[in-house]
Design a protein around this ligand. Structure first.
Ligand SMILES: [Zn+2]
Length: 375
């Protein structure tokens, strides 16, 4: 049993508690929260300078792309980034597996406890079986030709069931509105069951995506036409979020939202990956439109980020928004846990096992802060 205290406890369930104390058992479960350290004999308390908050939730990652780290320092837009991703199979399994392991180690060191991870392969399976981190596996499906829809869903089902057969959470999810035909969207809906809690969809990452749906023209339409994509993709939808009409009623996490307008917003979760947005498009979302109640944060993959660190993402959001420190921590912890349905994570509450991070070394900004996983 440990008693842990700091200058402030940010429980994210109630207001920050000055000098509050967490009582935690050997399994990491919070047994009690004391508002005042005088309630416990002082020799039993471990005191830290800084603030304590729950473990971070990385709501969007592609762990299996970790080996594409440092292929380029930045790219000139989304299509150039896709060229990097297309090289993903040019590496040995050993190299890929080693990169995945080292990326997970990095997340653990940076205080991340749970991850929403996009999977197109089972490359991460062996590592996830060890359960060092808690994963929601989003098995991504995409196909722009109607006649290939059944092939695409069959491939995704194989991957999903391998994860599920190993007691890992897995849901088949559409990659994006522009890369999935209405027919494939229907098949994804048909295979969804009660164990699926949420979908995770790449959304409005480029201006071209908006032009495709609103004006039915532009570079994305030209590109899709050149690869014989079904015109139903843009003709049947008037915006990226139109896909909500084609999916069962589950939660949806819209990811990126770099070109999302306030009029586009739905009652869903929004995930921002600011470091990756700067890397790929050199643009950030307009944070003034997002509520701190349903915005969560992800790192995206090491193919488009120099590190997998939620505190670095939060520091970048802080610089480009008006969120308070408490709101930033909600974005980094509580909201991601809610979006992924991870009820034991995200807040410091009795009965939960959320992990505990110490954030220290900052005066007015998170930029110079340090994170240390305490529990
Ligand atoms: Zn992504």
């Amino acid at each position: 049993m440990r008693f842990i205290s700091a200058d402030y406890l940010y429980t994210l369930d109630s207001k920050p508690i000055k000098n509050g104390v967490l009582q935690i058992n050997n399994f990491g479960e919070i047994i009690n929260i004391f508002k005042n350290k005088t309630e416990i004999p002082s020799q039993n308390i471990e005191f830290f300078n800084g603030l304590l908050c729950p473990g971070f939730i990385n709501a969007h990652c592609h762990l299996e792309l970790s080996h594409l780290h440092n292929i380029s320092n930045s790219v000139n837009g989304f299509s150039e980034f896709l060229e990097i991703v297309k090289t993903r199979d040019n590496y040995s399994k050993t190299f890929i597996t080693r990169a995945i392991k080292s990326a997970e180690d990095q997340m653990i060191k940076n205080g991340i406890v749970a991850v929403g991870d996009i999977c197109n392969t089972i490359d991460t399976l062996e590592l996830k079986i060890n359960k060092k981190l808690h994963y929601y596996n989003f098995v991504e499906s995409f196909e722009v030709k109607t006649e290939k829809s059944k092939e695409a869903i069959a491939k995704a089902l194989l991957i999903r069931d391998v994860f599920r057969n190993n007691n890992l959470k897995a849901t088949i999810t559409p990659h994006s509105a522009y890369s999935v035909t209405p027919d494939l969207m229907r098949l994804i809906s048909n295979v969804s069951d009660e164990s699926d809690y949420t979908f995770s969809i790449h959304n409005q990452e480029t201006e071209e995506e908006n032009i495709l749906f609103k004006d039915k023209k532009g570079k994305f339409r030209d590109w899709l036409q050149s690869i014989n994509a079904s015109p139903k993709i843009w003709n049947n939808r008037h915006s990226s979020s139109s896909v909500l009409d084609e999916l069962p009623r589950k939660r949806v996490i819209f990811v990126h939202n770099t070109y999302t307008d306030i009029l586009d917003l739905k009652d869903e979760y929004y995930c921002t990956c600011p470091c990756a947005n700067l890397f790929i498009e050199n643009k950030l979302p307009d944070y003034s439109i997002f509520s701190s109640d349903n915005l969560c944060v992800g790192t995206d993959s090491l193919a488009s980020n120099s590190q997998l660190s939620i505190i670095k993402e939060l520091a970048l959001i802080e610089k480009n928004s008006d969120y308070s420190l408490e709101e930033l921590l909600k974005i980094g912890c509580k909201n991601g846990a809610k979006a992924l349905g991870f009820s034991k994570y995200g807040t410091l509450e009795v009965g939960k096992t959320p992990g505990v991070n110490l954030i220290s070394g900052f005066e007015f900004s998170l930029t110079d802060s340090k994170v240390q996983k305490i529990v």
